[in-house]
Write a protein that binds this ligand. Sequence first.
Ligand SMILES: [Zn+2]
Ligand SMILES: [Zn+2]
Length: 107
Amino acid sequence: MICPYCRGGFEEQGPSAPWACAACGTAVHAECAAAHEGCVTYGCRSVELAPARLSARRGTLAPRLPLRTRARAALADSLAFAGAPLSAWAVAAYALLGVGALALRLG
Ligand SMILES: [Zn+2]
Ligand SMILES: [Zn+2]
């Protein structure tokens, strides 16, 4: 289990303690969530995170993510790997999602 934002490991306590997203369950460092201004999962816009227990469940801190979410995370990873800054892609995606949601709401 590593932080999806900084790729660093977690520790039981201290600055490397895991925080879990209330929406998707992704574990992330509090510092990283703060730097990202919310959940760092690609497509998840939650800003609700709570301290998580590292040893609550062996191997899996968070519930298994839906395949779709994992696929999107993998896509984000590949984009980041290709040299594009992930945050720029995330901002663009969030903007598109926001426009889409607004359009849906307005009918
Ligand atoms: Zn981190
Ligand atoms: Zn999330």
